[in-house]
Design a protein around this ligand. Structure first.
Ligand SMILES: Cc1ncc(COP(=O)(O)O)c(C=O)c1O
Length: 509
């Protein structure tokens, strides 16, 4: 904890090493939950979130990664390998760069991992090595990935394998920093709770807190067997851990993945932005406290001086990378509705402002293009037909009602009449959907005409219909443009007798 850097500025060639060093930072926030998230507030329970999400790597493994790498001799010039597809290897990658600008970090990852997770690892510059077979392998399975990596590091002195499941610097990092910070910030803590993956956080923090006050209860929260939440494990897989968990952890709770995701979503909505395993820790803590209450034992946990039960739980990472899973695990009814949802099923083609021409630009296009039909525009005398050379061929497609077209139009333009749309139809979702169906139907019959690399200029009455038509035509591979403001804006620019901007373009009545 740092009093020498109150302004939180990190400077110089080792700025990132300072930034990743908890001793050169203020303690991470410890934030009390509002009553809306604490159903036991009336029973004297106070719950505090310890935000390891605000570590530089934004996850719980930033601390073990730092301490493990600092204690691996020669790691800065070795290949660093770890069996992890999440927080641990992400943190190792960032810490290795922050300390030594070292990039040779390899993640060993199940081939069953979601492609988005692989993208995340590669985004952070990690080398991904896939393995087949069982996805989540046990640290001491002699045929498992971790045994293979141990062997690799034993046989090759250029390989560094921190091995988070057996490396004491994992849990000791939380003893050194997480536990020490919580004790300084909230010495009245009565219950500490963390999920259990390697057990590093629960064991290290619990060990420190119990050294200071042996009556503090430490709760480890595990996954329900066969229902994983990313990060933690289920208890039987943890039981063989070499970390001193029997001394550090008093009770265990199991929490389902749906309850974990839901609790993390609630936390996030209140501004304690945290991922599923953080929700698992909070849900497990509340389940434990509720049970104590039912058994009339809640007051056994209370601080004798105040009668209160201050509890701390760990927020271990952020929710964003799991967004798909929130929607898979929780019901649609748990999320706010989307208004105008019909717009998700129509008008989905991209719009691009470069396709929306000002009237002057549209005029230029008319002048510089080669007419496709007999007379798209009447060329000035200097342009004879063979002088069009390699100019793009142009189709002018007029979507206005027949009466309007008959009254005035660009000579040679094609009319595919649509009824006039209501004013500003993009302000009404039903009108957009209706216009889109109408437009698609109309443009299907036009498809023959823009094959073979022809450009299309769309004219409409209102400007908005032209934009929609252009998006539809572009999605079909056509080189389409429209005019901002539609046909009326184009004619407004004509000036006297159509000569001001047109030069050659001819409008017929
Ligand atoms: C998101 C998340 N939460 C919780 C844990 C469990 O932490 P520990 O390994 O310290 O038990 C992990 C471990 O990787 C994790 O990635």
């Amino acid at each position: 904890m740092c009093s020498t850097n109150p302004l939180n500025v990190f400077k110089g060639s080792d700025a990132l090493a300072q930034f990743f060093d908890p001793d050169q930072n203020p303690p991470l926030p410890l934030v009390e939950l509002p009553d809306a998230l604490n159903p036991l507030r009336q029973d004297g329970v106070r719950i505090f979130a310890k935000m390891l999400t605000q570590l530089p790597a934004q996850n719980v493994k930033s601390l073990p990664a730092l301490r493990m790498l600092r204690h691996e001799s020669g790691a800065s010039s070795k290949r660093i390998v770890e069996a992890s597809s999440g927080s641990t290897v992400l943190s190792l990658g960032m810490v290795a760069r922050a300390l030594w600008n070292h990039e040779d970090v390899h993640a060993y990852v199940t081939n069953k991992k979601h492609p988005d997770s692989l993208k995340l690892l590669r985004f952070f510059g990690l080398n991904v090595n896939l393995y087949g077979g069982l996805a989540q392998q046990e640290p001491y399975d002699p045929k498992g990935i971790m045994a293979r990596l141990r062997k690799l590091a034993t046989n090759d002195k250029n390989i560094c394998y921190p091995g988070q499941y057996h490396n004491d610097h994992n849990w000791k990092s939380h003893e050194q920093w997480t536990g020490a910070q919580i004790w300084k910030q909230l010495p009245e803590t009565r219950v500490f709770c963390s999920t259990v993956g390697t057990g590093g956080c629960a064991v290290g923090t619990g060990t420190y807190l119990k050294t200071q006050n042996p009556s503090i209860k430490v709760l480890g929260v595990c996954n329900v067997f066969g229902d994983p939440t990313p990060g933690p494990r289920h208890f039987p897989n943890f039981e063989s851990s070499p970390f001193p968990w029997q001394e550090a952890i008093d009770n265990f709770e199991d929490v389902s993945s749906a309850d974990s995701y839901r609790a993390s979503m609630k936390l996030s909505r209140h501004g304690i932005i945290a991922g599923p395993s953080s929700g698992e820790a909070l849900h497990g803590l509340l389940a434990f406290l509720q049970r104590m209450k039912l058994e009339d034992k809640l007051q056994n946990l209370a601080d004798p001086a105040t009668g209160e039960i201050p509890c701390v739980f760990i927020c271990a990472d952020l929710p964003y990378q799991y967004m798909d899973m929130y929607y898979k695990k929780l019901g649609e009814e748990e999320f706010p509705n989307i208004n105008n949802e019909n717009l998700l099923h129509c008008d989905q083609d991209p719009y691009d402002e470069r396709w929306f021409l000002t009237p002057v630009e549209a005029m230029r296009l008319l002048l510089e293009s080669r007419p496709v039909e007999s007379v798209v525009c009447s060329a000035p005398s200097a342009y004879s037909n063979d002088q069009y050379g390699s100019r793009p061929e142009l189709i002018v497609l007029d979507l206005r009602p027949l009466d309007d077209y008959t009254a005035s139009h660009v000579t040679g333009s094609r009319n595919n009449p649509l009824r006039n749309a209501r004013e500003d139809f993009f302000s009404d979702a039903d009108a957009v959907e209706e216009r889109w169906h109408e437009m698609r139907h109309a443009l299907e019959s036009e498809e023959w005409s823009w094959r073979n690399g022809k450009t299309v200029l769309v004219l409409c009455s209102d400007g908005d219909s032209g934009r929609m038509a252009t998006a539809i035509l572009r999605a079909k591979g056509c080189d389409a443009f429209c005019v901002e403001g539609g046909y009326p804006a184009l004619t407004d620019n004509l000036g006297d007798g159509g000569t001001k901007v047109t030069g050659c373009a001819k409008f017929s009545a």
